[in-house]
Design a protein around this ligand. Structure first.
Ligand SMILES: Nc1ncnc2c1ncn2[C@@H]1O[C@H](COP(=O)(O)OP(=O)(O)OP(=O)(O)O)[C@@H](O)[C@H]1O
Length: 237
């Protein structure tokens, strides 16, 4: 469904991502792992057109999308939930969800999707008309993900959705990702929380110092002791 071939990202003299290739097949949860500063956020940001690529090509559903803007990519069915739960703090839950659907005109479909996510996260219904800033971190993350989904993406990319959240909330977010896969969505998720995400992801890529160190199934990664220990601080099992 999606391939990124030889992607590089530079910030002036800093080469944050060096010639990295990844791919995501329809219906998979693929995780992008690696230590702090490995280049994960830079890679995701480049894939969705938020930072320029210093090299490389991307294709989505058979079409070369290398030079497209973020908006054009969203219209084609890609979206990202950025790190740090970037909801519009002063806007209500309703307004945040509405903005997520800004590229759509099908009012019935928008209403249907809104109902779907309010059903999934009842707290969003309770807080529907209050400002997002009054919600907890976990609740804001649920809103941030729901808002991304309001564009009805085919490929959802998430940058560290579990960051700073209590274990119970992380479980809830991860269960939601599994549910989204059951609904047919394709997911690329950046995570620090490698141990948990490898329990349900289909495949994994490990990035360190801007370069790809591992590509394989989640099971293969769990069994690869040196990569697990060196880059993820975990024991193989
Ligand atoms: N806007 C920027 N300007 C300059 N350097 C940057 C910028 N953004 C990131 N970097 C540098 O690029 C490298 C990769 O950072 P990036 O945030 O992509 O890594 P990461 O794997 O997502 O890390 P983390 O898990 O800590 O978020 C780091 O050395 C970082 O300091």
């Amino acid at each position: 469904m999606f391939t990124a071939d030889g992607i590089s990202v530079s910030y002036g003299p800093i080469r944050a991502v060096r010639d990295v290739s990844i791919d995501v097949s329809e219906g998979e949860i693929v995780t992008l792992l690696g230590p702090n500063g490995a280049g994960k956020s830079s890679l995701i940001s480049a894939l969705i057109g938020l930072v320029p690529k210093a090299g490389g090509q991307t294709s989505f559903r058979g079409e070369d999308v290398t030079g497209l803007s973020t908006e054009a990519l969203v219209r084609r069915g890609m979206t990202v939930t950025p790190e740090g739960r970037k909801v519009f703090a002063d806007l209500t839950v309703a307004e945040n969800l509405r903005l997520g659907a800004a590229t759509r005109k099908d009012h019935d479909g928008i209403a249907e999707d809104t109902e779907k996510y309010l059903e999934m996260f009842p707290i969003l219904r309770e807080r529907f008309h209050s400002a997002a800033k009054y919600m907890s971190g976990g609740e804001q993350q649920m809103l941030a993900i729901s808002r991304s989904l309001m564009s009805r993406p085919k490929l959802l990319m998430l940058d560290e959705p579990s960051l700073g959240l209590a274990p119970r909330i992380v479980d809830q977010i991860f269960e939601f990702l599994v549910k989204l896969r059951e609904w047919g969505l394709t997911i690329l998720v950046v995570e620090q929380n490698a141990g948990d995400v490898l329990e349900f992801a289909d495949r994994a890529f490990v990035l360190a110092s801007g370069a790809l160190q591992f590509a394989g199934t989640a099971k293969e990664l769990r069994e690869t002791g040196d990569v697990m220990e060196m880059y993820l601080g975990l024991e193989a099992h």
